[in-house]
Design a protein around this ligand. Structure first.
Ligand code: HPA
Length: 285
């Protein structure tokens, strides 16, 4: 964990001001791209690109498969802000720092957040390359205290005790299911379990997670969703199942980051089609 003093609204405003000065785009929808899903940002028209290292207070990302730049422009006729890669707490920063980009999006006027990630499949019927709509999450590491909302609460941003009973907006989920059906894209639905990483799970942990009711697990997303919900943003989430989590000690394979990135490549065309369809139909406030 970094020992940076708590970030405040002043930090978020400073970052937002830098972004506003540098682009004429005024996005209403933010999208965060997970491991191996970077090429989705190549679809953006009239794109302005800004490295995270050029935005005050932004967390850098050093993980392979995460470019570390913001892309603003048009996708499916909507003004969007795309985060091409995200920072993770396991890189050695606080969760408050890792989720700062979501605070900055809110400061920019964005009220709809679409999160994507690469995830290990826990549901026994699923395969690498499957696409999952996140219906709900288990914030396992947040439940035991690794939580981005710890620390002083800024009441101007959201309540001390936010409700997460509809963290993934029901209307947006219905829309995603409808668009997927219209496009003939198979869309699984399930619960995402958020873990701290960076180690992959032991087989015993995989069996434990499955018993808990999780369909997929990964090392991101939950903190961002908690912060977005804290500020009343609407959230839609997709997991690309990049590998099947290994649940027995005798298996020859082992999970690895390379297979996660490779599966991303097979998922991207379907995810792009789905996101385009959702964006075109999404109501913006
Ligand atoms: N476990 C945790 N995180 C992941 C996995 C996994 O199997 N695959 C992609 N991210």
């Amino acid at each position: 964990m970094s020992d940076h003093p708590p970030f405040t609204r002043e930090h978020y405003r400073e970052a937002a001001e830098t972004i506003r000065r540098w682009t004429r785009h005024r996005p209403q929808i933010g999208i965060i791209l997970g491991s191996g899903l970077n090429s989705l940002a190549d679809e953006v028209e009239a794109a302005n690109r800004l490295a995270y290292t050029d935005i005050p207070h932004f967390p850098p990302t050093g993980v392979a498969g995460h470019v570390g730049q913001m892309v603003l422009g048009q996708l499916a006729g909507r003004d969007v802000l795309i985060m091409q890669g995200r920072a993770h707490a396991y890189e050695g920063i606080s969760l408050q720092h890792a989720t700062l980009p979501v605070r900055v999006m809110h400061e920019l006027g964005i009220r709809t957040l679409i999160v994507t990630n690469a995830a290990g499949g826990l549901n026994p019927g699923w395969h690498a390359g499957d696409l999952m709509l996140i219906t709900d999450h288990i914030g396992l590491s947040a439940m035991v205290g690794h939580n981005p909302l710890w620390g002083p609460n800024d009441d101007s941003l959201g309540p001390r005790f936010p409700a997460l009973s509809k963290a993934y907006d029901p209307a947006l989920r219905r829309l995603a299911v409808k668009v997927a059906a219209e496009l003939g894209i198979e869309l699984r639905q399930g619960v995402y379990c958020g873990l701290a990483g960076p180690a992959f799970e032991t087989p015993a942990e995989v069996r434990f997670l499955r018993l808990s009711g999780a369909d997929a697990c990964g090392m991101s997303t939950v903190p961002e969703v908690m912060v977005a919900c804290h500020m009343g943003m609407r959230v839609l989430g997709f997991s690309g199942i990049s590998n099947v989590a290994i649940d027995n000690l005798d298996a020859d394979e082992a999970a690895n980051h390379e297979e996660v990135l490779a599966a991303g490549q097979t998922l991207v065309p379907r995810l792009i089609a789905l996101l385009r369809g959702v964006l075109a139909a999404i109501p913006v406030a």
